[in-house]
Design a protein around this ligand. Structure first.
Ligand code: G3P
Length: 217
């Protein structure tokens, strides 16, 4: 399973890259705004900065909600760097944009996916990734992991090449559950990736080894 970090924070992206297990980055307008990125030139520069840090795919979301605007923005974003994946919402205009951009050999990530039907249409339009939002479903008493499993099964059954990118991950257990149901990618906050390392027995064991190593000096 590939690991993407779900942030527009350059320090966190550098930190995740330095860990050596990072396969890409996802951003969205909320994450970009949180970093104070404002205006066309600043947005473009920020995506270029992210591409300079990581080796893998970098999802950059269109701001337009209309088809014409989406494809115009999508083509501009894709031309920035070969790592850019154009992120579009799972709407009627978004599906049409995925179809258009795919025909132009531009990678896409269909986002705000909350149902198997949305994932199906995105895959049929040729999306490189679909992003079902686990945490936001869980927040609404709907099993997010069950949706990931349903989409993975559907794509396997019909041999769709679209990758299932589990998004809106809140904690380490979500990551482990994504592994169990065969998600292709998990995009996570850095804290959730680092959380995988946490175990009290590791801390206790290491403290003992450090103590005993002093007897060897
Ligand atoms: O990037 C999309 C998604 O991962 C957002 O997550 O935590 O805002 O639901 P969240």
């Amino acid at each position: 399973m590939k690991f993407f970090v779900d942030t527009a924070n350059l320090a966190q992206i550098k930190d995740a890259q330095a860990l050596g297990v990072l396969d890409g980055v996802t951003t969205n307008p909320s994450l970009m705004a949180k970093e104070g990125i404002k205006g066309h030139d600043a947005i473009i520069k920020h995506y270029m900065d992210i591409c300079d840090i990581v080796d893998g795919d970098v999802s950059a979301e269109v701001l337009s909600t209309e088809y014409e605007g989406m494809i115009k923005e999508g083509e501009e974003l894709a031309a920035l760097h070969k790592q850019i994946v154009v992120k579009v919402p799972a709407t009627k205009a978004g599906i049409k944009a995925v179809k258009y951009l795919t025909a132009k050999k531009i990678k896409t990530n269909c986002t705000l996916v909350f149902s198997a039907g949305q994932a199906l249409l995105a895959a049929k339009a040729g999306a490189t990734y679909v992003s079902p939002f686990i945490g936001r479903l869980d927040d609404n008493s709907v099993d997010g992991i069950a949706l990931i499993e349903q989409i993975v099964d559907m794509f396997n059954y019909y041999d769709f090449e679209t990758q299932v990118l589990a998004a809106s991950i809140r904690h380490t257990m979500h990551i482990i559950q994504c592994v169990e149901v065969g998600a292709d990618v998990a995009t996570c906050p850095l804290s959730a990736i680092e959380g995988l390392l946490k175990h009290p027995l590791t801390d206790i064991g290491l403290a003992q080894f450090v103590k005993d190593s002093q007897r060897m000096a």
